[in-house]
Ligand binder design. Structure first.
Ligand code: CP
Length: 331
């Protein structure tokens, strides 16, 4: 595969400010990697000799495993760090933790952290590439990219499509990254859920706000059913789980009122019976497991592009500051 010369990012911190050309470049590379993943060998050693570190300060199944698999499928080495059982419990800071791991010879750090902006902070304090695997409620760029890739595969060009993001918008980094990416590519976005989880402020950013799932069932081409993030909520934003499912859960009866070819997505993990019923999650309109498969391909593309850029493009001036600081401190 030829490296696309116009990809100039060493880091993938979010989809805010990422152009349509860049998103399409990454998605096209992901399509190629998906094809390779479906071949018997499943590998292309495009990152042989590189080492990636998974730094996860929050739990993960899909993102962590698929980043690790993506790096290995490209021939890179992978080291895994979990905050649990590490020296974080002794008071070591995020920057110190990351710089010590980088000092072992790391080319890319993949970070998930509960604090918004953590990946940006690391990009300003490390020499290596930084990829955001989810920073609190802020952004989860590779999740949105795999969602958009799945939409493109099932429905074609996203331009002009209507994509509804349902549920816990307030705490969802997936929602933020999806809104950024989908709007950049020309999709119409609706956010829908209880008013305690869906701010009317979204209208200022060109997003339609709805508080009734039933009112938008026949308008959306895609429903992305976001997980209710109980772990981030200080007070429960609705009276009971049964009431949430009654008002906002996707079920067979609601699905029957959607467009004929409607696509059902969910970033996972799903709460079966809450955001959607098992028959919808496992039914013919659902692309939930396709999303997971596409996640490996998208993360291969993200690693290949960022690490390829780091090998080809001179560090920017801000990087020189960081490197000078490293040199001063080590003198
Ligand atoms: N969708 C997602 O980020 O899943 P994990 O939390 O399991 O990585």
């Amino acid at each position: 595969m030829d490296y696309p010369g116009h990809w100039q990012r060493r880091h993938l911190l979010g989809l805010e400010g990422v152009s349509a050309t860049e998103i399409i470049t990454l998605l096209d590379a992901a399509v190629e990697f998906r094809r390779i993943l479906d071949e018997p060998g499943r590998k292309r050693p495009l990152l042989a000799g590189k080492t990636c570190a998974n730094l996860f300060f929050e739990n993960s199944t899909r993102t962590r495993l698929s980043f690790g698999l993506a790096a290995r499928r490209l021939g890179a080495d992978v080291v895994d760090f979990s905050a649990a059982g590490s020296s974080v419990s002794k008071g070591e800071t995020l920057i110190d933790t990351a710089r010590n791991i980088e000092a072992m010879g790391i080319d890319a750090v993949i970070v998930r952290h509960s604090c918004p902006g953590s990946p940006k902070l690391l990009s300003e304090n490390l020499r290596c590439c930084v990829l955001n695997a989810g920073d609190g409620p802020h952004e989860h760029p590779t999740q949105a990219l795999l969602d958009i890739l799945t939409i493109r595969q099932r429905l074609g060009d996203v331009k002009g499509l209507t994509v509804a993001l349902i549920g816990d918008i307030a705490h969802s980094r997936t929602a933020r990254s999806n809104i950024q990416g989908l709007q950049t590519l020309g999709a119409n976005v609706i956010v829908c859920g209880p008013s305690t989880l869906v701010s009317a402020e979204w209208e200022k950013f060109g997003v339609e706000v709805s508080y009734s799932l039933d009112a938008i069932l026949d308008r959306a081409d895609v429903f992305n059913l976001l997980r209710i993030q109980f772990e981030r909520q200080v007070v429960r934003p609705f009276p009971s789980i049964r009431e949430y499912a009654y008002l906002y859960g996707m079920n067979a009866e609601r699905l029957a009122r959607c467009k004929k070819d409607v696509l059902i997505l969910a970033p996972g993990p799903i709460n079966r019976g809450l955001e959607l019923t098992p028959d919808v999650a496992d039914g013919s309109h659902s692309a939930i497991l396709d999303q997971v498969s596409n996640g490996v391909a998208v993360r291969m593309a993200a690693l290949w592009l960022c690490l390829g850029c780091a090998s080809r493009v001179a560090p920017d001036p801000a990087r020189h500051d960081v490197e000078a600081r490293h040199d001063d401190e080590s003198a």
